[in-house]
Design a protein around this ligand. Structure first.
Ligand code: URA
Length: 209
């Protein structure tokens, strides 16, 4: 069973509540998502491998810790994942970025892939997949399945919001992938939207409808 990390830091919860409000403007929704994403990046990178290196301060030689291994990869599930990406990169600016284009078939709610572009040497990298909403889980499951073909060192999944249905689906398909979320909402509606949720994350980030 994959671990579910609920990020209940007061700053995260405060920003999430402001984002849920239907009157939040595109501008403030996007800004809050960016701020929230950088706080979540802090949690999701907490257990990154470190190595000790020798350095010299202006006064003497010493050792210090730096992050070990090849650069982390953030994989954004298009298009809403883009809204999380900038906030994450503000905390981990050297990270590599991959993109997966998936759309939800409105009738079947299944994920259909239309784009896939990853950095090289994925088998030597840790991967953090980002998508604001883990709803039915179909996109997340398809994205992780596709990434596993490249055999990365590890895969984590970060979202803003999820629900019991999304967690269950993801845990069934990928029990080895830890989930990081700021909230677990009540349920999905018949259109695959999270309740109470925050609406369509992509539309709210980009001001579309
Ligand atoms: N995608 C969204 O943008 N919102 C939901 O509530 C579910 C999926």
């Amino acid at each position: 069973m994959s671990q579910v990390h609920l990020i209940d830091h007061p700053l995260v919860q405060h920003k999430l509540t402001l984002m849920r409000k239907k009157e939040a403007s595109t501008n403030s929704f996007r800004r809050l998502l960016g701020e929230l994403a950088s706080l979540m990046a802090y949690e999701v990178t907490r257990d990154m491998a470190m190595q000790e290196v020798e350095i010299e301060t202006p006064l003497e030689k010493t050792t210090g810790k730096v992050i070990d291994g090849k650069k982390l990869v953030f994989v954004s599930i298009l298009r809403a994942g883009t809204g999380i990406l900038d906030g994450m990169l503000s905390v981990v600016p050297g990270a590599r970025v991959g993109h997966i284009g998936l759309y939800r078939d409105p009738k079947t709610l299944t994920a259909v892939e239309y784009y896939f572009k990853m950095p090289q040497d994925m088998h030597e990298r840790d991967v953090v997949v980002v998508d604001p909403m883990l709803a039915t889980g179909n996109s997340a499951i398809a994205a992780v399945e596709r990434l596993k073909e490249l055999q990365p060192k590890s895969i984590k999944f970060v979202c803003l919001l999820t629900c019991p249905e999304g967690i269950e689906a993801m845990q069934r398909a990928h029990p080895d992938v830890p989930l990081y979320t700021a909230a677990i909402d009540r349920q999905l509606n018949e259109h695959g939207y999270i309740l109470p949720g925050l609406g369509d994350a992509g539309d709210r980030i980009f001001g579309t409808k």
